[in-house]
Write a protein that binds this ligand. Structure first.
Ligand code: HEM
Ligand code: HEM
Length: 214
């Protein structure tokens, strides 16, 4: 029988980032859909209640939580523990390139071998990095739409997106990345937990994973 040992892998800050990010996105997507295409009777607006104002209010509260989460992740990419730093997920070392290849073969069912490591596998790490970049674009386009009269946001907004309308269009399109990512992400976390007894899902709550005893 294999013997496993418990290792600490995620700091409390990383776990805080994860749940701030994941939960704020749920609120942002639901309220974002409403802002884009309100589903209540518009006669309600300004009479019995203010559904659009409420949805926008929730969107902006969630947006601040989302932006704070991004600041935490940026900090951890630079100053986090060995698993959290950006170098751990880039395919720039022999170990990481090997992990990328092994993960690809395992995910495509071409091989049953699993590369045991404490941090993210490189495929997952790259998907998370791409999501981080998409999140920065959401934040910039969002604040540009929110504060077009503030010269800082106007300057960056016009430089990056050209106009308010193109910022809104990109903001809307990119929302789909987060929804598609969440579905694949949750599926792969469950798949990994079923195939390898590393305690992957519980690690995002407890910060600990299990590896074969050295
Ligand atoms: C993953 C994160 C986010 C998602 C999925 C999301 C989604 C959306 C969607 C779908 C819309 C409607 C766009 C349309 O009119 O078609 C919207 C509007 C908007 N979002 Fe976001 N958003 C996110 C993050 C943010 C952030 C970080 C901010 C920063 C303040 C922000 C600010 C805004 C603003 C100002 C609007 C326009 C509101 C209006 O027209 O009244 N969003 N968002
Ligand atoms: C039931 C819901 C969820 C569970 C159980 C879950 C679980 C996990 C686990 C176990 C990891 C670490 C996986 C690894 O080592 O590769 C992780 C990482 C991550 N998850 Fe989730 N997740 C959930 C929802 C979400 C959602 C909705 C999002 C955003 C759309 C999200 C975004 C991320 C990101 C960005 C990371 C990487 C963390 C980092 O930057 O180091 N998760 N999640």
């Amino acid at each position: 029988m294999a013997t496993y040992e418990r290792y600490h892998c995620w700091s409390i800050l990383l776990r805080l980032f994860h749940w701030m990010f994941a939960l704020s996105i749920v609120f942002l997507v639901v309220t974002g859909f409403y802002i884009s295409n309100p589903w209540t009777n518009t006669l309600l607006e300004g009479s019995a209640s203010f559904p659009m104002a409420t949805m926008r209010y929730i969107h902006f509260i969630a947006a601040y939580v989302f932006s704070a989460a991004l600041a935490i992740r940026l900090f951890l990419y630079i100053f986090g523990n060995a698993q959290e730093r950006i170098l751990d997920i880039l395919p720039v070392t022999r170990r990481n390139l090997n992990n990328l290849k092994m993960t690809f073969l395992q995910y495509t069912y071409l091989s049953g071998d699993h590369d045991e490591r404490l941090g993210h596998n490189i495929l997952a790490g790259l998907a998370y990095l791409l999501t981080f970049v998409a999140a920065v674009v959401m934040m910039l386009s969002g604040f540009f739409m929110l504060y077009p009269e503030i010269s800082f946001w106007e300057g960056w907004g016009v430089l990056l997106f050209g106009s308010q309308q193109s910022a809104r269009y990109l903001h809307h399109l990119l929302m789909w990345w987060f929804m598609i990512f969440a579905v694949i992400h949750i599926y792969l976390c469950i798949w990994n937990d079923c195939t390898e007894p590393e305690g992957l899902i519980s690690s995002i709550f407890t910060g600990a994973k299990f590896k074969h005893k050295a």
